[in-house]
Design a protein around this ligand. Structure first.
Ligand SMILES: [Zn+2]
Length: 460
């Protein structure tokens, strides 16, 4: 704590150019990410599939996947530029202090006097800010769904569904943000210098609550989950779960096809009560044994303790964010640089602090992706150890072909952006021999060692 206080003092320098620094971070990050995208773009222009895929992926599919990748890369650069323009304009035109005083006036004029405090003001401010950002991001979201995804045959959303989704999301935001934000601010107001610990406990509790409440109250608003029908698939999944003492409670099929042709499978739930969810698109497009291989991979994440470790890391990360926030909370020079001279609202401090922290976020994202890719290899290896080498390889190939996922990647782009190794890497690690391996005998069971429980959700 002593160290944090000294750090806080040394960072609070009058007239320190915080605005320039944060603008520099933001523009610098965009340039760096665009540089990576351009590197990846070169790979996406290649016309020959990587050797390991040459027999599995038709030239036509490969060409289409490359074209899809290029379209997405172009979209990334343009939408990123649009976000940059907004960000720079927001900072240069002092949108934060203007919006703060405008929402303050609004409350004074229209709301009863008891709603004039910082908490009510912050809630109105944040909701207005969210609405503005939603409106500004609408063009890119519409383009992504109805032009980009549509062109490659993935979009299944109608404009009506898009609009109802948006209305539902907004209603949820307006219902959930006020109580959560109020609690967040109240904790900081009440506990003073000790807020880090209390906020951390609150955030952990909130995560636990969301994990439990999301599938029951929120997901049904958007998707339909139906129990998997009796049959070969269900019997085999239950068998797999029983063999590894996976606490499987329910097996669901989700109507992912309502919005997108992309497919996947995941599980979620509390440590002692897990549910597996399979996309209807996955069932439609892959063989039963391939789905089992995918679930064996997921089971690997659970059995090898990946979910537990990621949950632990998320908690450590929160603690780190809140501790650093305590350093910036009373930094008058930061508030002053952004046009706040008489009032120092906590929420504004948090927004400015998040911007100042963005270079660290980039580093953390990089490290987490490295760890995540390591876990993916381990989970693949787990499935391979259970004898699913060829089924896993063929399901990965099928899924990548159907989703037109990137099949090869620039190493710098992949290190930074990918939470999963790309297809060629995974097939190599599986020791996949094109065609020949399809008929090879299955490996003997060599079980993973660590048994652990966790909450959370993992995708293939
Ligand atoms: Zn995985």
């Amino acid at each position: 704590m002593d160290f944090l206080q000294r750090l806080a003092r040394s960072l609070d320098r009058p007239l320190f150019p915080w605005k320039k620094l944060i603008l520099g971070f933001s523009v610098g990050q965009y340039i760096f990410e665009s540089f990576l995208t351009l590197r990846q773009y070169r790979i996406l222009q290649s016309t020959k599939p990587p050797a390991v895929l040459s027999k599995e992926i038709s030239q036509e599919t490969f060409d289409k996947a490359q074209a899809y990748g290029r379209a997405k890369a172009q979209f990334e650069i343009i939408s990123g530029l649009w976000a940059q323009v907004q960000n720079v304009a927001f900072i240069q035109c002092d949108v934060l202090p203007k919006l703060w005083s405008w929402t303050g006036d609004l409350l004074l004029r229209w709301a009863p006097a008891r709603f004039s405090g910082e908490i009510s003001h912050s809630i109105v401010f944040v909701l207005s800010f969210i609405v503005i950002q939603q409106i500004l991001s609408l063009p890119t979201r519409v383009y992504n769904t109805f032009v980009l995804e549509e062109k490659f045959g993935f979009n299944k959303q109608t404009p009506a569904l898009f609009v109802t989704d948006m209305i539902k999301t907004n209603l949820l935001t307006f219902a959930l943000v006020p109580p959560i934000l109020a609690a967040f601010l109240k904790i900081i107001q009440k506990t003073g210098n000790q807020f880090v610990f209390y906020l951390w406990v609150f955030a952990a509790g909130l995560q636990l609550f969301t994990t439990t409440a999301y599938p029951i109250f929120i997901q049904p608003l958007f998707n339909k989950l139906s129990p998997l029908e009796e049959g070969e698939l269900k019997t085999k999944v239950n068998g797999l779960a029983a063999t590894h003492k996976f606490p499987l409670q329910e097996l669901f099929v989700i109507d992912g096809s309502k919005r997108s042709a992309h497919s996947n499978a995941y599980f979620y739930g509390l440590p002692w009560k897990k549910h597996i969810v399979i996309y209807d698109t996955l069932i439609e497009k892959t063989e039963t044994d391939e789905i089992i291989a995918i679930l064996a991979h997921e089971l690997g994440h659970w059995k090898l303790g990946h979910t537990t470790r990621l949950f632990g890391i998320a908690q450590a990360h929160l603690l780190y964010v809140f501790s650093l926030f305590s350093v910036f909370l009373n930094n008058k020079s930061l508030y002053n640089a952004f046009g706040f001279h008489t009032q120092y609202p906590i929420i504004i401090g948090f927004i400015l602090f998040s911007d100042a922290l963005s270079p660290m976020d980039t580093v953390i994202k990089l490290l987490l992706n490295i760890l995540s890719r390591k876990f993916e290899f381990e989970a693949d290896d787990f499935a391979k150890g259970l004898g699913f080498r060829s089924e896993l390889a063929s399901s990965l190939i099928k899924l990548h072909a159907q989703n037109l996922s990137t099949m090869d990647a620039d190493w710098m782009y992949a290190s930074y952006h990918f939470s999963h190794p790309h297809l060629s890497e995974r097939l190599k690690a599986l020791d996949w021999k094109p065609k020949a391996a399809l008929t090879s005998e299955k490996d003997k069971d060599k079980d993973g060692s660590a048994t652990a429980t966790a909450t959370g959700r993992d995708e293939l």
